[in-house]
Design a protein around this ligand. Structure first.
Ligand SMILES: Nc1ncnc2c1ncn2[C@@H]1O[C@H](COP(=O)(O)OP(=O)(O)OP(=O)(O)O)[C@@H](O)[C@H]1O
Ligand SMILES: [Mg+2]
Length: 522
């Protein structure tokens, strides 16, 4: 400090203040750094958890062993073990059947036979539903069921829309029936279904008429993309009755065969319906006028993209051999819009059903792969419902495949389509659920009555792994493919460069054909 400088004391004071402030900042920075390091060390400790070794974790209340016990392995019968592990040890169905794969909970073989399960009162209906996301393994399961049941003499009937059953057909010695423009195959979707001895003549006629009307209404609905009106329905009913000779007054004892061209031709023959029209209070001109669209829609079935395919006037025995190990109608050659695909699919199904529902027919698997496309149409749902009801009578197991149940809940909640779809679902005795996306889970849980745990599990199921809901039981089953089946079920081999049908050796083909032929003759 300079005694002669008057500012010197003030400057000294400033200097002291500045140095004090610097010291505070440094100390504060040190404190903050220490706190950060302590927090980081704490986080690492928490993440690593308590220190542990062979005797368990260190620390208070960690349940640490004084020394490790060495116990001999315990062996017990499953009857005892199931009381110890009541939710994991399942007694199984105890019903014989075709091998499907591995029950993932019990590690036992999972067998399935809808007829045996029905006889054992495990299921109350032989019809089943398979749902799952794209590529989850639905068709592979259906294909394997076809092959495994064919080997024990149970035939199958399938409509192949995607041309994915051709290799399998070759494997089981079946020639698919190919439908398409110029291929010369003509089916009759309105062919007569034989009367079952358990049906009275009146019941049989009523069910046949309901079936045919549902198909005709469905075709019009699909073509016009709207539900059919009451007047159109009346015109259709009168044309059908007229074609089958069942109009009042002119009623025959025998039903005349019905066909699409016959119904189309009768839709304009109003002179034969004079009494019926008078009774309904509608003139022939009004009926013709208001049913024009429906008439034209049906007409397009006989003359349009599907001309020459579904206009046969006979039954379908000429083309469909039901004594063969199976029948496949292949629709791949029909290339048109979605409506035409749906129409051809239901017509082919109907033609097949008419032929296979014979009182003397063997039990049979009938597949409705890609069935989700018909779920929007009330008449087609009604047709399926009728088919489901008859299944028990004729010993048929119907198998429906769809992506998710939201396909079934089309239209407003509580709409007729939604109600019918729920009814159809209730008519299924067994359901196989493959992987489902999150958005589909709530509805799947509600409609199938799943628990939260089961619902959660559906999200994680791997390819080929499905939850089988049979009666009151649920089984998580990994469907296992044999080396012969694997190439035959491939639908993505081109994408993944995997094995294809060319990888099956001649010996394996012979083995498969032998098994099916032995089954068919047994
Ligand atoms: N159990 C399985 N084990 C191994 N691979 C399987 C199994 N099931 C299916 N796959 C494979 O997954 C692919 C798709 O299967 P699949 O065609 O059966 O699915 P999808 O559910 O019918 O599909 P989409 O909804 O498109 O019809 C096939 O190529 C098949 O090889
Ligand atoms: Mg499929």
């Amino acid at each position: 400090m300079n005694p002669r400088d008057p500012d010197s004391p003030r400057r000294l004071l400033d200097e002291i203040r500045r140095r004090a402030a610097d010291q505070d900042t440094t100390r504060a920075a040190d404190r903050a750094d220490r706190a950060r390091r302590t927090a980081e060390a704490g986080r690492l400790r928490r993440e690593a958890g308590p220190r542990r070794d062979r005797r368990g974790a260190h620390g208070a209340a960690a349940g640490r062993l004084a020394h490790r016990m060495r116990l001999p392995a315990h062996t017990a019968a499953t009857s005892v073990l199931k009381t110890w592990y009541p939710w994991t040890m399942d007694p199984g169905l105890g019903v014989p059947g075709a091998y499907v794969g591995l029950d993932l909970y019990s590690r036992a073989s999972f067998l399935f036979d809808p007829w045996e399960l029905y006889r054992s009162n495990v299921i109350t209906s032989p019809n089943g539903l398979v749902i799952g996301e794209i590529g989850s393994g639905k068709s592979s399961l259906l294909k394997c069921l076809i092959m495994r049941f064919a080997a024990v003499g149970i035939p199958f009937s399938w409509v192949d829309v995607k041309d994915e059953y051709t290799d399998l057909a070759a494997g089981v010695g079946v020639e698919p029936l190919r439908l398409g423009p110029g291929l010369g195959v003509r089916l009759n979707p309105l062919a007569t279904v034989a009367r079952h001895p358990a049906q009275s003549v009146v019941e049989w006629r009523a069910s046949l008429k309901a079936r045919r009307l549902a198909l005709l209404e469905g075709l019009i609905h699909v073509r016009l993309d709207r539900p059919i009106s009451m007047t159109e329905r009346t015109a259709l009913e009168l044309a059908l009755d007229s074609a089958t000779g069942q109009l009042r007054g002119g009623a025959r004892d025998e039903l005349a065969p019905a066909s699409l061209p016959a119904v189309v031709a009768n839709m304009t023959r109003t002179d034969t319906w004079a009494d019926e029209l008078r009774e309904r209070g509608i003139t022939a001109a009004a009926l013709l006028d208001e049913s024009r669209d429906a008439r034209l829609a049906l007409h397009s079935m006989v003359t349009g993209a599907l001309a020459g395919m579904f206009d046969s006037q006979e039954d379908n025995a000429r083309y469909l051999d039901f004594d063969a190990p199976g029948t496949i109608v292949n629709l791949h050659a029909i290339r048109a819009d979605q409506a035409v695909t749906v129409m051809s699919m239901v017509c082919a199904q109907s033609a097949m059903e008419a032929e296979l529902m014979r009182p003397d027919a063997r039990p049979r698997l009938v597949g409705y792969d890609e069935s989700w496309v018909v779920m929007r149409y009330v008449p087609l749902l009604l047709r399926l419902q009728e088919q489901f009801k008859l299944a028990r009578l004729f010993g048929i197991c119907n198998l429906l495949a769809a992506h998710r149940l939201t396909d079934w809940e089309t239209g407003a909640a509580g709409s007729q389509a939604a109600r019918l779809a729920r009814g159809l679902l209730e008519d299924t005795g067994f359901r196989v659920v493959y992987r489902q996306v999150d958005a589909a889970l709530p509805l799947t849980r509600d409609l199938l009555g799943l628990t939260d745990v089961q619902t959660h599990l559906l999200r994680w199921l791997r390819k080929g792994c499905g939850m089988w809901l049979l009666g009151t039981g649920a089984y998580v089953v990994q469907h296992l493919l044999s080396s012969i089946e694997h190439p035959l079920v491939q639908t993505d081999s081109r994408m993944r460069g995997r094995v294809g049908v060319d990888d099956i050796s001649d010996e394996e083909w012979d083995l498969l054909l032998d098994a099916v032929q032995t089954g068919a003759s047994s």
